[in-house]
Design a protein. Structure first.
Length: 85
């Protein structure tokens, strides 16, 4: 059928149940400072508020907060290269 899809791979989970997955950050060549900067864009200052945060292959950071709090999609593609170490 040769139907084109937009699938580029699975997202990488960076935060799970309020804990930063440092190995995942390292594998993406990102830092905790980069992650905290991205979260501050949505006024999220406490990692323990996050149920899950994952970065997709297009540079979108999906953040799901604990409980009935809202979720966010934060575009990071223009800054990803600038904030890595």
């Amino acid at each position: 059928m040769n139907i084109a899809t937009q699938y580029d791979g699975l997202p990488t989970v960076l935060v799970e149940e309020g804990m930063i997955l440092t190995d995942a950050l390292r594998s993406m060549r990102l830092t905790k400072a980069w992650l905290q900067h991205q979260l501050r864009k949505q006024n999220i200052h406490d990692i323990s508020q996050i149920s899950m945060a994952q970065l997709d292959t297009k540079g979108n950071l999906y953040v799901d907060l604990m409980g009935d709090q809202p979720s966010f999609i934060i575009s990071t593609s223009e800054e990803k290269g600038d904030q890595t170490q």
